[in-house]
Design a protein around this ligand. Structure first.
Ligand code: PMP
Length: 370
């Protein structure tokens, strides 16, 4: 068996220990005589799995009292509709900060449901490469003080722009506006203060587990302001009241997520992950920075630790670069089709050894082609 170094942006690498445990438990979970996939979601076996998953996630993320943790479906793009449907019942208004491709999709989708405005937009339409390279200064954000919420994307997976500070809504003149954050691609990568948010969501297929599961953490008071048309299966209130069992949840994805949460706890939790993620991303960025052969565009203060987009100055070498990487077992380095170039995703389950191998390859490829 050969495992590669998988730099995919998602679905992405999972811890090998988790995959092995899932393989061992595939045919007979804990003496039940069946696979988790085959169990009733309402039986005592699966109930114990989902309860453990919620408890572990609460512990890992230090989720305060007064928040519900929901296991839903629909992914990040689903949430782009599900959030407005659940929150815009208040007064129909919400504001968005656009820092990359995903928040741009979020604002467009929300515009179907209410009066939506951009509080700030970092798009540089004139740039040939690197249309999104920064988080606009908080002081420049125009937030309506009566908005039902302010949405931003904490880590732009395609553009490689990450927020390292949480906006202070009082300083923005909107102390009562809850923050909604898309954490799809950096959830569990470092400690985050959930009490600063009204709602955080993330698709599982990067730092949590298999696709199909969406985690939503929502402050209790926000369960009460859905639009009348909000679908029942996507109503946070109904899902919360039914402990994520209003309809059949993605049971196998929740089971694997739980194994990942246990693995994370064995590693020392999110503080230990942050140390590793800093070390991995610094190694890669310093390799790129030391070279004239490679180009990055994102401002240093906002460079994502999870997703590192970069370009070869001579783009005619792209295919040779990817072919050589593949020969060394370094896979899925092609950039998102909308921006081109390369991208290395360094989620929790990517080892430092993987980033060292990539860094070595970057230097060797430059030597042979520079
Ligand atoms: N938001 C972010 C930050 C993402 O990275 C992604 C997926 N790459 C999405 C939303 C969309 O997620 P999904 O494909 O699960 O709908």
């Amino acid at each position: 068996m050969t495992r590669v170094f998988n730099f995919s942006a998602g679905p992405a690498v999972l811890p090998e220990e988790v995959l092995k445990q899932a393989a061992e438990e595939m045919l007979d979970w804990h003496g039940s005589g069946m696979s988790v996939m085959e169990m009733s979601h309402r039986g005592k076996e699966f109930t114990s799995i989902i309860e453990q998953a919620e408890a572990d996630l609460r512990e890992l993320m230090s989720v305060p009292d007064g928040y519900h943790v929901l296991f839903m479906q629909g992914g990040g793009l689903g949430e782009n509709a599900i959030v407005p449907l659940n929150l815009l019942g208040k007064n129909n208004k919400a504001d968005f900060v656009v820092t990359g491709s995903w928040s741009e999709k979020s604002i467009k989708e929300a515009q179907r449901y209410g009066d939506i405005k951009a509080a700030a937009n970092a798009r540089d339409a004139s740039a040939a490469q690197g249309k999104f390279t920064k988080v606009p200064a908080f002081a420049d954000w125009q937030v309506r003080s009566d908005a039902a919420y302010l949405h931003y994307c904490g880590n732009e997976t395609i553009d490689g722009v990450e927020f390292f500070d949480v906006p202070d809504m009082a300083a923005l003149g909107a102390p009562d506006v809850p923050l909604v954050v898309d954490m799809s691609s950096h959830i569990l990568s470092r400690p985050m203060d959930i009490s600063k948010y009204g709602l955080a969501f993330g698709g599982a297929q990067k730092n949590i587990g298999p696709a199909g599961l969406t985690v939503v953490i929502v402050r209790d008071d926000l369960l009460e302001q859905a639009q009348a048309v909000c679908p029942s299966a996507f109503s946070y209130k109904l899902v919360a009241e039914n402990k994520s069992m209003y309809n059949t949840p993605p049971t196998y994805s929740i089971y694997i997520a739980n194994l990942v949460f246990q693995w994370l706890k064995r590693q020392g939790g999110v503080a230990a992950m942050e140390k590793q993620n800093v070390a991995k991303s610094e190694l890669l960025y310093s390799t790129l920075d030391a070279s004239e052969f490679y180009v990055t565009h994102v401002e240093k203060a906002h460079r994502s630790r999870m997703n590192v987009p970069f370009f070869l100055r001579d783009e005619s070498l792209n295919d040779a670069f990817l072919a050589g990487a593949k020969e060394r077992g370094l896979l899925q380095l092609k950039g998102h089709k909308s921006v081109g170039g390369m991208r290395a995703s360094l989620y929790n389950a990517m080892s430092l050894a993987g980033v060292q191998a990539l860094s070595g390859y970057l230097k060797d490829f430059e030597k042979s082609h520079g």
